[in-house]
Design a binder for this molecule. Structure first.
Ligand code: SF4
Length: 351
């Protein structure tokens, strides 16, 4: 174990024992959150008396990279057993966005164009709100995130904006009772790999699998508030449908490295990032009735749904749930009967 890891563990123990505010660990399966979880696990192994809840949360947006989701679900199951074995009272929680906030319900049901840097409607709905909902149940909460100072210039700026007197703690936007704690804030990229490589526990965290999946990724889509409109980085992990980045290098690299089942998903993503801009399938009016590039038309949404279902069939992967499809159909009906919803011509709805 490195000196940095020993220090981080000592600090985790000290912070854990300081008060009875519950901890929520943001876990994505990626290298940073895995190395942080690993340090917390090792620290808790050194404690005899547990006096507060520590919950590991994973946000399953419904459009996570399926290779990552499979790995995380598998790891969660193994971790639960390992915790029982070592009497570590970690709780595990899989979070989901509300049905109306899911990616395809928004895009195919409501006609939202897929997100871009200037219209990034997704991060709050898919990632931040589910976490907020869980932690809001407690008056006070400490959220442990694997944030590092050197991840990117953008991230450095955000960290600076949220910093507190204690360099390991960051303020949470809009809440003074919820604070972010990152025990690995000063870890370098090399440090997190070393933590993962040389930690004896938990055995459930698979170093070689993480290296396999994340070797080419620089960062992940964040689960805490970033500057409005900022991008996830050029090579990052997040939703397989993400059109905020021009090219999804991480997915491209995974395909090159043998995950050929992602090929159809990659093609769909590239297709929809063009399709969203096709004015033929965009309303000439916004939902507020003002003339301007509006939602994707009903015809456009149907094309997307059909293409998605085809992609699902070809890839053999489950890409949309039945309840999402049902909701999409309901939303189409609502638009069809809404006189204020105008596609191409103000007259058409009155004919
Ligand atoms: S990965 Fe992309 S689509 Fe998903 S929440 Fe982040 S910015 Fe939005």
């Amino acid at each position: 174990m490195t000196k940095g890891d020993k220090n981080a563990m000592e600090m985790i123990i000290q912070e854990y024992q300081k008060n009875d505010i519950p901890w929520f660990i943001g876990y994505s399966g990626g290298k940073d959150s895995s190395s942080m979880l690993s340090l917390v696990f090792n620290a808790l192994m050194k404690i005899d008396k547990f006096h507060k809840d520590v919950t590991v949360m994973y946000c399953d947006t419904g459009v996570e990279n399926p290779i990552v989701t499979d790995y995380v679900f598998e790891t969660f199951e193994k971790l639960k057993k390992e915790c029982t074995l070592h009497n570590i009272p970690l709780k595990f929680k899989i979070l989901k966005p509300k049905l109306n906030d899911r990616f395809f319900v928004k895009v195919i049901g409501r006609g939202y164009p897929t997100p871009t840097n200037i219209f990034r409607w997704c991060t709050d709905k898919l990632r931040i709100n589910p976490v907020k909902q869980l932690i809001e149940k407690d008056d006070k909460a400490i959220i442990l995130l694997g944030i590092r100072n050197t991840e990117s210039e953008q991230r450095d700026r955000t960290i600076k904006k949220h910093k507190t007197v204690n360099e390991y703690y960051l303020k949470q936007n809009g809440s003074s009772n919820k604070i972010i704690f990152s025990p690995i804030i000063n870890h370098t990229l090399e440090d997190v790999w070393l933590t993962l490589r040389y930690s004896d526990f938990p055995k459930s965290i698979d170093f070689s699998k993480i290296r396999d999946i994340y070797q080419d990724a620089e960062s992940e889509c964040p689960a805490y508030k970033e500057t409005k409109g900022s991008s996830c980085g050029n090579s990052r992990f997040g939703c397989w449908t993400c059109t905020v980045v021009r090219k999804d290098k991480s997915m491209g690299n995974l395909i090159e490295n043998g995950y050929s089942e992602l090929k159809e998903l990659y093609e769909f993503r590239n297709w929809i990032s063009e399709f969203r801009n096709n004015e033929k399938y965009r309303c000439d009016f916004r939902r507020n009735g003002v003339k301007g590039l509006g939602p994707i038309t009903l015809e456009g949404r149907e094309i997307i749904l059909n293409r998605l279902l085809e992609t699902e069939k070809e890839s053999g992967l489950n890409l949309i749930s039945d309840e999402e499809i049902e909701r999409i159909y309901e939303l189409w009906e609502i638009d069809k009967s809404n006189k204020k919803y105008i596609e191409k011509n103000a007259l058409q709805n009155w004919l």
